[in-house]
Design a protein around this ligand. Sequence first.
Ligand code: PEP
Length: 259
Amino acid sequence: MRRHLIAGNWKMNGTRASIGLLLSDFKQELEAATAAGRVSSDVEWAVFPPFVFLAECQHHLAETSIAWGAQTVSEHAYGAFTGETSAAMLKEFACQYVLVGHSERRQLFKESNKDVAKKFVAALHYDLKPILCVGETEIEREAGLSLHVIQAQIAAVLELDAQLPNFQNAVIAYEPVWAIGTGKNATPEQVQEVHAAIRAQLRVHRADLADQMRIIYGGSVKPENAKILLEMPDVDGALVGGASLQAKHFVEIGAACNH
Ligand code: PEP
């Protein structure tokens, strides 16, 4: 039985004050929704603030079951890498998770499949749970290349080190680039097709773990469309951008796991 994961990617948004408010709103909304039986305690939650607000998360969330993590991580352990943050540093702020290979990192910061794979391995080595983001562009989808692109993104990780002992802690997030922040939705059928293909690919390399690993979906997930997406058999949660900045909407998305 895979536990649903609802993860909020806050991207480069917020101030110290607004992040503090968002965290306390989120805690309150979640507590109320759980007490009212609208959100199952089986759902796992995680938030991804900008690096400088990780301490704020630790302060607000330490006594809760909500996890937090960073939006990227260095592949290196330490040294002369100006602007970078290592996995060991993230552990000091009690991060459990880290996003790797978000499409904005791939597109705007030119991270290659190989770069992302190294970050993934660095995270696992330091006992962080990497959420590997994969997905095709609109042009690639229209050219019928979606699965080819996604399988290459995953293969880079599997080829580098699929034998890591804690590999099952990793999560894969399918995020079609054309659906991120655009309001355009992938249909539940499109999402299920990709998730099933990802699980089949995992099975080839790690037959022992493929059924345990969580594959979550991201791309304009909102309270209105969450249920039909989360009902799909291979959809194990959601990675939420815009809607995670409003505590009420974010919690409503988690409530859609109740089926
Ligand atoms: C994201 O940034 O990972 C994302 C899915 O964004 P949005 O929900 O805003 O499309």
